[in-house]
Design a protein around this ligand. Sequence first.
Ligand code: BJW
Ligand code: ZN
Length: 234
Amino acid sequence: MRVVVLTGAGISAESGLPTFRDADGLWEGHDPMVVARPESFAADPDLVQRFYDERRAALGRVEPNAAHLALARLEEALGDDLLVVTQNVDDLHERAGSMRVVHMHGRLRAAWCTACDTRHDWTGTLLDLPPCPGCGAERLRPDVVWFGEVPYDMDRIEAALWDCDLFVSIGTSGVVYPAAAFVQYALARGVRTVELNLDASDGSSDFHDSRRGPATELVPAWVEELLASELGQK
Ligand code: BJW
Ligand code: ZN
């Protein structure tokens, strides 16, 4: 049983990290979906750096929740047969113990030097224009994927989707591509699809099984169910 799990902001919501499109989703009066654009960075780099500096700092104040922990438990059972593809830039999957995680929209705790095109692990701020550890240029930006940029590791993700028996989408509104199309990709290959989300998403009707509720309840219950059924038969 090879499983691909796609996660979005909803899985980290109960850890205290805001989602993008929820009712109270404004940051200092700005729509995060507008801030997360190369055009916004070009027009007002300080605003965008501050947005990411604050979110990077917030990582130190939050912990993985029961949903992240349940996926780490599933990985213990499945090993290489589980891949978590996350749209999230937080590190809560890793801190829960997951090791096979692809960050398709990048990581908050990384900086990208646009002068020498190198990436560096980064826990500090970027607003103050620290020099790149590689070349010294003051051209570091958050290593995240904005609209119009190409998501990371698409070859690895497509190979895993091509090869899986089960595709599960957790806590994502399904409006941002290419992640929103993964369910179609899986369906075209006859793969079973499950959605675990608080509300109906744009793609809910595409899933074989679509469950509603908070991730901290739905994900542990689904993991227990899977471990008891499919894997328990082995
Ligand atoms: C809970 C919960 C709880 C809450 N429990 N659930 C027209 C058609 C098709 C595509 C396009 C188009 N025009 C433009 C495009 C492309 C564009 C796009 O998709 N635009 C759309 C807006 C239409 N996409 C891109 O540009 C992407 N690049 C690209 O396509 O390159 C071409 C290419 C692709 C592939 C190969 C080669 C080339 C890049 C997209 C980059 C997205 N970047 C961001 C910012 C990242 C950095 C950061 O974090 O700041 O990624 S935007 C933002 O959206 C972020 C998220 O990862 C992403 C998805 O959001 P997510 O996770 O779904 O969050 P929410 O808030 O939307 O939803 C939360 C859900 O959780 C809700 O459903 C809640 O109900 C639920 N929930 N509490 C369970 N407790
Ligand atoms: Zn550099």
